[in-house]
Unconditional design. Sequence first.
Length: 65
Amino acid sequence: MDARAGTEWLTVREVADHFRVSTKTIHRWITSGELHATRIGPGGRTVRIHRSVIAQMTPTLSAAA
């Protein structure tokens, strides 16, 4: 995630790397509503997560650990 520090929107892979989970877990979090994501592009197949969502979610996950 450090390589794109200036980018506000992150890929599923970048978020998975940040939380040290699989991309499948990120997709499950999106589907369950635990993680807010935006679908873009034709058919909405491309998923992006805003950096602010990650910042809000990190304390929640730290408390659960």
